[in-house]
Design a protein around this ligand. Structure first.
Ligand SMILES: Nc1nc2c(c(=O)[nH]1)N[C@H]1C(S)=C(S)[C@@H](COP(=O)(O)O)O[C@H]1N2
Ligand SMILES: [Mo]
Length: 362
């Protein structure tokens, strides 16, 4: 086992903070990602909270501030369960870093994304219990883990617009794939914001604050923003760049893998596709002739409106090197952009260009 009970074959980008993604073969074919394969992204040391001691403070622009223990959450509100995909904004950064260097960020490959069934309560029910004031526009989340990626070091935080926070899908969750939330994934309670970049799903959440403005935490105000290419991220100030919320339409190929050898003839190609927030994946196409012709993939049934779409296509390949490309379309008719060069940004976020694998057919 790797650290935090993860599979031995995880691609570990760093031990402290612990950052790891599964290999494509560990993601492939599972509607729900086994917990030991689920990617994990951390910005500081994993806090080991005692569930008995844990309290959630709900304050800010509310009628009545709340201080809830785990039992209050479990017994005071209707339990909810849903399948949601988390996707890191840095997913697929390695490919973008090959276009032009990206300094100080982990080179995530294809698998900084995973899907689980989450159980908890709806944030909106807790907000309703506190009573949201008329000036409220955003809901901020705080956590105890300290990150020295901020200068000076800061605890992790994020916020989402109130309009998202009051959707029934946003959870305060304590269970993941029928198990209590493991420490590395946010025990005892984390936020799950389906359809938004993973960074907004704050782990070890201990503070929910209703505000008129977005959070001024470093990870909301300064990081997780698309900066113009000429900007040095070390000089970025709060509010610079485009703040990331909903996940951009994306897809990846998980099988075959790069450098695999397959038999010439019909070959099964498969992967995931995901469209954030209120968009859905409408179609995935595959090409083995560099995009001259495309073949439509079969979408597997979706495990719920907030889950990825797994897909497969059988294509004919002849002997020799093969490059397979994929591209997804969403429910608005939008297509993924073709090249990661066009998307390059200094922190390497939101690479949603057409994925490709290079393999060999004998
Ligand atoms: N408290 C806290 N929450 C956090 C983070 C963190 O470092 N600290 N990382 C965020 C990021 S960037 C991502 S992509 C997801 C990853 O969740 P996971 O580790 O359960 O996969 O958690 C988010 N929530
Ligand atoms: Mo992330």
């Amino acid at each position: 086992m790797a650290a935090w009970d993860k599979r031995d074959d995880m691609l570990v980008h760093g031990q402290d903070p612990f950052n790891a993604e599964p290999v494509p073969t560990a993601l492939y074919g599972h509607d729900l990602t086994p917990v030991d394969a689920f990617y994990t992204r951390n910005h500081g040391k994993v806090p080991l909270a005692d569930p008995e001691q844990w309290r959630l403070v709900v304050d800010g622009l509310v009628g009545t501030a709340l201080r809830l223990c785990l039992d209050d959450l479990r017994t005071g509100f209707e339990p909810r369960s849903l399948v949601a995909t988390l996707q890191c904004a840095g997913n697929r950064r390695a490919e973008m870093a090959a276009v032009r260097e990206i300094v100080g960020e982990d080179p995530w490959q294809r698998c900084a994304t995973s899907t689980a069934r989450w159980v908890g309560v709806a944030l909106t029910d807790v907000l309703a219990a506190a009573g949201v004031g008329p000036a409220a526009r955003h809901v901020a989340f705080g956590a105890p883990d300290v990150s020295s990626l901020a200068h000076p070091p800061q605890t992790y935080g994020a916020s989402i617009p109130l309009s998202k926070a009051t959707g029934p899908e946003v959870l305060l969750a304590w269970e993941m794939n029928d198990q209590p939330l493991p420490a590395v994934h946010g025990a005892p309670v984390r936020v799950v914001v389906p359809g938004y970049i993973g960074a907004r799903s704050v782990k070890w959440v201990d503070h929910v604050s209703v505000r008129s403005e977005p959070s001024d935490n470093y990870f909301q105000a300064t990081a997780y923003r698309i900066l113009p290419p000429q900007v040095d991220p070390a000089c970025a100030a709060p509010g610079n760049g485009i703040s990331l919320g909903p996940v951009a339409l994306n897809c990846e190929i998980l099988q075959p893998g790069d450098d695999d050898r397959v038999s010439a003839g019909p070959v099964s190609i498969g992967g995931y596709a995901f469209a954030g927030d209120d968009r859905t994946v409408a179609r995935v196409d595959v090409s083995v002739d560099r995009g001259r012709t495309w073949q439509q993939a079969t979408l597997r049934p979706q495990s719920g409106p907030w889950a990825w779409r797994l897909w497969t296509a059988t294509v004919e390949v002849s002997c020799g090197p093969v490059t397979a490309l994929a591209r997804a379309w969403d429910s608005t008719g939008a297509l993924q952009p073709e090249s990661s060069a066009a998307l390059w940004n200094p922190k390497g976020y939101a690479n949603n260009s057409w994925p490709h694998v290079d393999f060999w057919a004998d």
